[in-house]
Design a protein around this ligand. Sequence first.
Ligand SMILES: Nc1nc2c(ncn2[C@@H]2O[C@H](COP(=O)(O)OP(=O)(O)OP(=O)(O)O)[C@@H](O)[C@H]2O)c(=O)[nH]1
Ligand SMILES: [Mg+2]
Length: 621
Amino acid sequence: MHAAPLVALVGNPNAGKSALFNALTGARQKVGNYPGVTVERHAGRFVLDDGRPVELVDLPGAYSLEPSSPDERVTRDVVTGAGDYERLPDALLVVVDAANLDNHLRFAMQLIALGLPVVVALNMVDLAERDGLTLDAGVLARELGVPVIPTVAVRKRGLDELRAALTGAVGGGGVKLLRPSDGSIDDDIVTLQRRARALSAAATVSETAGRRWSHALDAVALHPVLGPLLLLALLFVMFQAVFSWSEAPVGWIENGFAAIEGRVAGAMPDGWLRSLLTDGVIAGVGAVVVFLPQILILFFFILILEQTGYMVRAAFLMDRLMAHVGLSGRAFIPLLSSFACAVPGIMSTRTIEDEKDRLTTILIAPLMTCSARLPVYTIVIGAFIPATKVGGVIGLQGLVLFGLYVMGILGAFVAALVLRRTVTKGESSGFMMEMPKYQWPRLADVVLGLRSRAAVFLKRAGTTIALTTIVLWALLSFPQAPKDGGVSQVDYSIAGRIANGLEVAVRPIGFNRDIALALIPAMAAREVAVAAIGTVYAIDDTESGRGQGAMIRQLQSRWTLPTALAFLMWFVFAPQCISTIAVTRRETNGWKWPLFMVGYLFAAAYVMAGITYWLALAAGL
Ligand SMILES: Nc1nc2c(ncn2[C@@H]2O[C@H](COP(=O)(O)OP(=O)(O)OP(=O)(O)O)[C@@H](O)[C@H]2O)c(=O)[nH]1
Ligand SMILES: [Mg+2]
């Protein structure tokens, strides 16, 4: 049996390859309105008109066949059949952005010159029309010598025609492909560019000045003074929203868990199994799941920034600042993605050309406040920072949260500055990124993005987090303390004894036994810190009731303000996540850099938490 024909999706970054891949295969690859969304090869399947299945691979965007960064290398290797990829594609589906034709045609012409059967998707014709641009696909097809199909990937327009053209291209339909008459594979870049421009002019039927409002938006978004103010305002609204919008849904989730716990407790006799289910699993998982609304609000904002095309503007604004600390402008998007999670953030550093630039970005990515820290931050802020308004409008809790994010960013900048002068010394490169077109965010995409985030989070809560809390519950519950022995169950347990030992090391920075106890399971996932503390208090004090309210009261009675502040500072810096360490090992091909990263971050966490604690004490807090 023959393997299914292989078709590769290629084109410039942000042309809509992944959107087209999703439309054809029904997959849900990430799309986003900025270059460099896809950094790996992804495969899927669809069926041609004649019933043959086809394997389609989505590739990272590239500007040419001479790769300048690790992600572009993947694309070059696949289309030339080099590297580790098993076979040459049977056809290329080249995606070009209709509204950016002359730039995208240059790479398309290089690809056509490779000699493989090609179908061109003239994508985003809707945006071209919006900008008052009408193109003649027939002219393009004649000049390029390959089928050119107008498409709107996100509305699934042009897919039937595309499938028909691909059916011909992979051999079944007997369509004879014409080759371009000249040998453009050997053309130099200037000749190519000139041809691309001429071709795009020939295919342009009419063009009106429709981009005026986009220029007007950029005049504000990229303005040297207004631009940063707008960025700051946007970030600020985002952090306020994390607190103020989440109140009601957090209440619903809590009531839900309380109801489940009540049912379970009522249906079971008192004993270790009931304690495992209520104090361990339900209390622990519940303590984490209540943060779902806040995480979704954060992602809602990130998705909107990604889809509107604002993100690259923000990167542009930050470029000067980034250059000062020795980072490349390209580092902005990996760092911004790390606000969601450092793992995809570190993977997206593959778009950075320079080895040292890339390494520096990887090493500082864990300092961006990932969403797993949000539960830890919000519960401690909720307990120790009063919900008052500063100046009548700005919520103090949101302000402190914002401050913690800023702390992480400042820490990252300082780290970059130091690293670039020592271990990753080198020149930094300038900003080179196309501005994507402004687009309205599509509701369906936002919903899809939020759904997948919710799924990831709930899966973690149901697996890693549940498992860790069960282990922790067991270590906290055994051996059982003698009744009336004057020693608390937590102190008597295995976990308590370990924590009492560890406490010696963390006492100088203001941490108590409960915190020492939470730090180790938090290595599996940061949110577990909250679950762990929840479990400790549930076992220690069975009378105290449940839910965030009870936990906040426990924190207030057992921790001092300096301890709470030191704890927050620890979480800004500490490298507490095994997945991040693992992905760093993979992306840097060895243990050297992940170990270095863990070492410097733990040292920074310890020192910064200590400084915070002592300063707070000195200030009389
Ligand atoms: N209006 C409109 N938007 C589109 C169309 N195709 C894609 N988009 C949007 O354009 C942006 C880029 O799409 P992607 O599919 O991520 O682009 P890509 O080519 O995979 O980009 P990289 O992975 O970065 O190389 C996303 O915001 C899409 O929603 C289209 O035909 N019309
Ligand atoms: Mg993509």
